[in-house]
Design a protein around this ligand. Structure first.
Ligand code: HEC
Length: 152
C-alpha cells in the first residue's frame, strides 16, 4: 500500500501534466511544429546526397538511393502534414499563409519534388553521371517551394 500522501502527490502531478499538455496542445501550434519537423527530417534526408555534389563526400549509389527513398516517403507526407490551415492563426511558424491561399500551386510544387525524388532514385541505379543530372531537379524541387512558401 502506498501512503495516501503519495497518492495525492501523484494526482497533483497528473493534473499538472495534463494541463501542461493541453496548454501546449493547441492544435494549430502542433500542426506548425509537425510541419517544421517534417522539413527538418527532409533536410536530414537530403544532406548525404547534397554532400556528394558539394565535394564533401564521394558518390555512393546505395546511400543515395536509400536517402532518395526516404525523401520520396517524406514528400508523400507534405500534403497531409500541411493540410491544417493556420492562416491568420497565432502560431510560431516559418510557413507563409500563401500555402492555403494558392493550394493548387503548393500541390504542384509538392508533386514536382515527389517526381524529382523518384527520378533521382531511379538515376542512382544508372551510374554517377545520370544521378548527377537528376540531382539538379531534386535540389530545385526544394528551393522552388522555399522561395514562395517559407519565410526567412
Ligand atoms: C511544397 C513545398 C516544400 C518543398 C517541396 C520543400 N519544402 Fe522545405 N520547407 C517548406 C516550408 C513551407 C518550410 C517552412 C516550415 C516551417 O514552418 O518551419 C520549409 C522548411 C524547411 C527547412 C527548415 C529550414 C529553416 O530554416 O527552418 C528545411 C531544412 C527544409 N525545408 C528542407 C527541405 C528539403 C531538403 C527539401 C527537398 C528535398 C524541401 N525542404 C522541400 C516547404 C517545402
Amino acid at each position: 500500500m502506498y501512503p495516501i500522501k503519495n497518492l495525492i502527490c501523484l494526482s497533483t502531478l497528473l493534473v499538472i501534466a495534463v494541463s501542461a499538455a493541453s496548454h501546449t496542445g493547441d492544435d494549430d501550434q502542433i500542426a506548425a511544429v509537425n510541419r517544421h519537423s517534417l522539413m527538418m527530417v527532409m533536410g536530414w534526408g537530403m544532406k548525404p546526397i547534397a554532400d556528394m555534389y558539394a565535394g564533401k563526400a564521394t558518390f555512393d549509389a546505395e546511400l543515395a538511393a536509400l536517402q532518395a527513398t526516404r525523401l520520396v516517403q517524406l514528400a508523400e507526407m507534405i500534403a497531409p502534414i500541411f493540410s491544417r490551415n493556420t492562416a491568420g492563426k497565432k502560431v510560431s511558424t516559418s510557413t507563409l499563409d500563401l500555402v492555403w491561399e494558392t493550394p493548387e500551386d503548393f500541390r504542384l510544387k509538392t508533386e514536382n519534388l515527389l517526381n524529382a525524388a523518384i527520378d533521382y532514385r531511379e538515376a542512382t541505379g544508372q551510374g554517377e553521371a545520370s544521378a548527377r543530372q537528376a540531382f539538379k531537379p531534386l535540389a530545385d524541387g526544394c528551393k522552388g517551394c522555399h522561395e514562395d512558401y517559407k519565410s526567412e
